[in-house]
Design a protein around this ligand. Structure first.
Ligand code: 26W
Length: 808
């Protein structure tokens, strides 16, 4: 490794020359980036080979995390940090007159996910490697990642993201590890000596080629694997594939249909779209991943009878759940096991995390679509369901409603969450309240049937990316105060509590915050040409745009503040910059309208000399990991205002807290745990409780119009949506207005508005008391270690997977 500067510089210059055949002074930043990344890759590759050897020789239990999304973000800097080469590299490049950040900015970003679920998978990869846990990721190598968002006339426009167009330094194509995945066709059954055989015929074969990305742990020599699968046509010289009896056109059609499988990421979030290609992606990933795991396992052990003792398979939401019938298929059809033996192994191998309670996000596939695409898998799911319903019938004779609710196939659909619960030995939610809601409402019947399956694993975030990488100045300050142990043990951040009352330390923290705010202000100036005041309160709501996340509630409050300022221009408030960012699913009209509303209110504020003295609204284009890394360290206020009971956990809330922002938040998801961790005095809570919301849903009794009529300030802002005074078409926000009043405000914005406005006044008051505010920030940072994904992963490892660290 290159811990010394001289050593690094020599190796870098050599790498540059061998890669580009010219001197570094002649190279572009892209050339220089490639050489640097190549050098780091070489170091990591050596550790990688060694890690795999250790796992193999020690024959340890390994976990495979299956996720349809990964939001890795940029990895060069992380890899430099984790391999302890950052300082030498920065200094060495400095001597060559090269600024490291100019190179890291060249890295295309792996944005293979839409939101929290994908980012969680990436934080987990980092934590597994950093805890020496033999854990690997399995996913899809989409050729197009999350769309690029442009704002045109206040509206969202979507552009493709061809992130691989200039190559990806971090991937290793492994054609020798390719497997075949089969779609369509039919099943021919045959009895041979009393054994039933199933022959899959007339199918479309797809070659799944893995691209491996190394995942380096923090200062610990461990390098795990993120294996992403790419769909390709079968080689022309095989007897599989439509080559022998097909014409040119048929062959080209085959090519198109195959390549489309790993072409695009579906940009859904909590909104299920039943596109067949999506099911194809799911089976493609599950089958390819499982085949490669099985192949390696058999090579080492010869048989699969102890598979569950050495392998844990985890599914990140239901998207990879066809893993369950696929494992059954392999064990029965290819290994010749009995149903019961195969079921025992499968249900002792698979565990499942649920990430949402929103009914519209639950996946279900029309049974005929499922059957046509996956004929053998359909047969197996059918049998799983038959046996399951039989078991239910024995337990609950005559209780038809209960059995229907719990069955996997019902009303012409395959219900994926039900399959996930039945097929796995562990089901977990992602925050305490979320797990409770699963148990007493969404998956109530399953909980009653097998309570011991259910457990909670509160989400976490990797403090290495979200504090050490994103906020290096704060990190240095923390280390000066309490030493460096927190980098490996995030809960050591608690030691900062003793510094909270030290005004000198608090002043330094405030100064770092100001520097980070200036950095964000520069970014906004550069990218949007807008000026924001770094001395104003930076109030941030950055996340997917969704009705339940209630960006509109935030906007209603801004409109209310504007009204109060118009009435009283001398209103004594600290200037505030309201910062929004986030993508809306392309087919989600209401969410797209929300973006237009934010931009319209931004325009309204800018046009008014009284308002723009005190407030500023900005919507930052193209929210992504690298942008979050600039916004989060600069935030004073973290907006976590979802309707109570709807946000499974949230992880943005943790990122902000870790960077010393104060949360204004509802009693929802992990907010509840954050609040109890930092203390109620260091968190501004407001709004309905989850029970109150669920009671309204169950018993009714909510009357949005009455709330609106009773609060003149609220009535005014709601009316302003359609009065024509906003700088947009008169009908622009009519749908939104109707949603609130005609359709009784599904997400209780009006109900929570009054309490939210009071909470916002409290934020303003607290901020005015500088010493107090700084203490709150420090308390938040100090308690954030609890939400490091290292803790979360440790709990998964011990409580679900039973895997142990491998130290070498
Ligand atoms: C099928 C379309 C679709 C795609 C993604 C439906 C649902 C999803 C995800 C389950 C949505 C998601 O990202 N959920 C978020 O997961 C985070 C990590 O656990 C939580 O922190 C968020 O609260 C939750 O909304």
């Amino acid at each position: 490794m290159f811990q010394s500067k001289a050593h690094f510089t020599k190796a870098y210059l050599e790498k540059f020359q061998s890669l580009h055949g010219k001197g570094v002074e002649e190279g572009s930043n892209r050339d220089r980036y490639e050489a640097l990344a190549g050098l780091v890759r070489d170091v990591i590759a050596r550790l990688w080979a060694r890690t795999n050897r250790e796992y193999m020789e020690r024959d340890v239990k390994q976990v495979y995390y299956f996720s349809i999304e990964y939001l890795q973000g940029r990895i060069l800097l992380s890899n430099l940090m984790n391999t302890d080469m950052l300082q030498a590299c920065r200094d060495g490049l400095g001597d060559l007159g090269i600024n490291l950040e100019d190179l890291t900015d060249q890295e295309p970003e792996a944005g293979l996910g839409s939101g929290g679920l994908g980012r969680l998978a990436s934080c987990f990869m980092d934590s597994m490697a950093s805890l020496n846990i033999p854990g690997h990721g399995c996913g899809i190598r989409y050729r197009y990642g999350m769309f690029k968002q442009k704002i045109v006339d206040g509206y969202q426009a979507e552009l493709p993201d061809p992130w691989l167009k200039d190559g990806n330094v971090w991937e290793f194509r492994r054609p020798d590890k390719a497997v075949t995945v089969r779609f369509g066709g039919h099943i021919r059954e045959e009895d041979v000596g009393g054994i039933r055989l199933f022959h899959h015929e007339g199918y479309q074969p797809v070659l799944a080629v893995p691209y491996d990305m190394p995942v380096a742990g923090y200062h610990n020599n461990t390098v795990n694997t993120l294996r992403l699968w790419s769909a390709e046509v079968m080689p022309i010289d095989t007897d599989e594939g439509p080559y022998s009896n097909s014409d040119y056109i048929q062959v080209m059609e085959y090519r198109r249909s195959v390549e489309s499988i790993s072409e695009i990421l579906y940009p859904d979030d909590s909104r299920y779209e039943g596109r067949v290609l999506r099911l194809k992606q799911q089976y493609f990933m599950a089958s390819a991943g499982l085949q490669s795991i099985v192949r390696r396992y058999k090579k080492r052990h010869g048989t699969l009878v102890d598979f569950h003792e050495k392998i844990a398979l985890h599914i990140n939401d239901t998207h990879p759940v066809v893993l369950v019938p696929e494992l059954m298929r392999i064990l029965i059809d290819e290994e010749g096991m009995t149903w019961d033996d195969a079921w025992l192994i499968t249900t002792n191998t698979v565990s499942y995390t649920n990430h949402t309670v929103m009914p519209e996000a639950f996946e279900k596939w029309p049974i005929d679509v499922f059957k046509e695409l996956l004929p053998r898998i359909h047969m197996i799911v059918y049998e799983i369901n038959e046996r399951w319903c039989h078991e239910l019938w024995n337990r609950y004779p005559g209780e038809w409603d209960r059995i229907r609710e719990m069955s996997i196939i019902a009303d012409g659909f395959v219900h994926m969450a039900n399959l996930a619960v039945v097929g796995s030995y562990s089901v977990n939610g992602v925050a305490k309240i979320h797990t409770e809601i699963l148990k007493k409402s969404v998956l109530k019947r399953f909980y009653e049937y097998s309570p011991s399956k259910f457990n909670n694993k509160t989400n976490g975030i990797t403090h290495r990316r979200w504090l050490m990488k994103a906020n290096p100045d704060l990190s240095s300050l923390i280390s000066e105060a309490i030493g460096k142990s927190w980098m490996a043990h995030a809960t050591d951040l608690l030691r900062l509590k003793s510094c909270a009352a030290d005004p000198v330390f608090a002043e330094k923290v405030a100064l770092v915050k100001l520097t980070n705010k200036e950095r964000l202000a520069d970014y906004i100036k550069k990218t949007m040409g807008q000026t924001i005041n770094p001395h104003s309160i930076f109030d941030c709501q950055v996340k997917r745009i969704h009705n339940y996340k209630r960006q509109v509630l935030n906007v209603l409050h801004i409109m209310d503040l504007a009204n109060r300022l118009r009435e009283n221009p001398a209103l004594d408030i600290t200037p505030r910059t309201f910062i929004f960012a986030g993508k809306a699913a392309p087919g989600y009209y209401a969410a797209k309208r929300t973006i237009k509303l934010i931009n319209t209110v931004a325009e309204m504020v800018d046009a008014d000399p009284v308002l723009r003295e005190k407030i500023k609204v900005v919507f930052l284009e193209n929210y992504r990991v690298s942008l979050a890394e600039i916004i989060v360290p600069a935030a004073d206020v973290s907006e976590q205002i979802s309707t109570a009971s709807k946000e499974a956990s949230g992880t943005g809330n943790m990122k902000f807290m870790m960077n010393g922002a104060v949360t204004i938040g509802t009693h929802d998801g992990a907010n509840i745990e954050i609040r109890s961790e930092v203390g109620t005095e260091n968190f501004v809570a407001f709004g309905l409780t989850p029970d109150e919301v669920m009671d309204f849903h169950k018993r009714g009794g909510y009357n949005a119009r009455a709330v609106y009529e009773a609060n003149p300030r609220l009535k005014l802002v709601v009316d302003q949506l359609v009065s024509g005074e906003l700088p947009a078409g008169r009908d622009e926000f009519l749908g939104l207005y109707d949603g609130l009043l005609q359709h009784n405000d599904e997400f209780f914005l009006l109900e929570d508005f009054g309490d939210y406005a009071i909470a916002q006044e409290q934020i303003d008051r607290l901020y005015k008391d500088k010493a107090r505010w700084r203490q709150m920030c420090i308390h938040n940072i100090a308690h954030s270690g609890e939400f490091s994904s290292d803790n979360t992963i440790w709990e998964y490892a011990v409580g679900i997977w039973q895997v142990k660290p491998v130290i070498f």
